[in-house]
Structure formats: structure tokens, C-alpha cells
Design a protein around this ligand. Sequence first.
Ligand code: SF4
Length: 264
Amino acid sequence: MSFVPPGTGWPDDPATAATPVAADPAGVRELAGSSRDLAALTARQSVCRACPRLVAWREEVAEVKRRAFADETYWGRPVAGWGDEHPRILLVGLAPAAHGGNRTGRIFTGDRSGDWLFASLHRTGLAVQETSTYAGDGQRLVGTRMLASVRCAPPANKPLPEEKATCFPWMSREIALVAGSVRVVVALGGFAWQAMWPALREAGYALPRSRPPFGHGVEVEVSYGSAPVTLLGCYHPSQQNTFTGRVTAEMLDDIFARAVELAV
Ligand code: SF4
């Protein structure tokens, strides 16, 4: 089998064999909307099969594998949101990597971007360990939760518009379920910045009518009920960005230190 069957002992697997499976966009809307808590939502996210192209890709990658990981079992399923259940800080990314989250089953875990990200989160007190390498490694986020706007690894890291739309209810429901505690939302990259605005609006955030352009360090004040919330832009620590020096460790640390300051 080219994916880990739900409820078979993978560390942190949120699903069981009884978890309902979304097979199409209507199924995603129904199952996301009826999830009363994060446990139900993440379980349902993790078994979703609503995007045929992405299901085929994630399972093919899990079957063929990269040579360096040939001896490993790949997760091969959607990568659910992960972290604190009552976070002050929410990190939003675009999609898992084929040999990162799609292999380890944990968001931003097992690829170079994640290495940069977790090292910075650890330096700024938001992660208990410096690295995140596999589910069950003891890593834990502090007052922080991570989610991707598209939950399956896409070919060439590029989900199609219809795939983003199909996956949207998983993100908007997750944002709604944690909105009561969140005071800072960090977008990792311009795609995440674009994707999160409609989800924030649907979750009940009061947002400016026009969307400010994305940039590293850009801050936008919004609100949720009577609570002030800050949206914070952060360049994505992709290999291209870190190789070229467009993103440095100090730049990431500055963003997360600022997020901590705002979240207190
Ligand atoms: S991308 Fe989202 S909606 Fe599509 S199959 Fe994966 S989890 Fe389901």
C-alpha cells in the first residue's frame, strides 16, 4: 500500500479506520463544517481523497520514494494542522513537500525549509527542540500552531486553483476553531498570504476591504470580535530563498520574536 492506513500506529496519526473520508469538494465542505473540534477536523483532513490529481501524486511519491529515503515508509496522506490546540500564534504555509511532510506526516518536517523554520522557532521559544525530523521525535510547539492552505503535496509545489478551492474548507474551519485564542497570524510566503485572507474572513475576522501587498515584516492590524490580531508577513524559508540570502536566520528570528512580542 502506498500510504499509511489510518489508525495503524503511526505516531500522532489523528485518524482511525472509522474516520469519514471526503471523496469530492462537497464532502470536504460537509465534513469540515460538521467538525466540532480539532480532533475530528484533523482526523478527517488526514484521510481526505477529494483531489484526484493530488491523491495520485502523493501516493505515487510514497511508492517510488527518493533514494535517500528508500528504506522509509512514507505517510502518503494529507498533512493535518499541528501544534497547540489554543495557540496564540498561527503559522500558515502553502502545502507540504513531497519528501517532507508527505513522508513524515508532520507539517514542515523532513525538508530543508522545515529545518530553517524549526531552528528559528526553537531560538525564539516557540518549539521545544531545534529540529523536527519525524512524527514521534518529541518535538512540540509552544503556544503555536501550523497549518497548510493545501494539505496534500502537489507536483512541482504548485496546487491548481481548483485544488486550492477544494481544500479551502479544511483551512477555514481550522482557523475558526482556534480563532478565540489567536493573536498573531504569520503567513510563510506570498501564496500563504493570499490564501489565508478569505479563510480569515470566513472564520469571522474583521479585515480591511483591500488586501495589503505581501512583504517580509509587513504587519496588518485586524480583529476577531473585540480582540486585536496582527497579520505578519514572512518570506518563505525555501531553499531558493535561503541559498540566495533573500532569507537569513536573523530575518526569521526577527519575525518570530516580533510574533512573540505581539502575542503576549
Ligand atoms: S488537497 Fe485538500 S481537499 Fe485535496 S485531497 Fe488533499 S486534503 Fe483533500
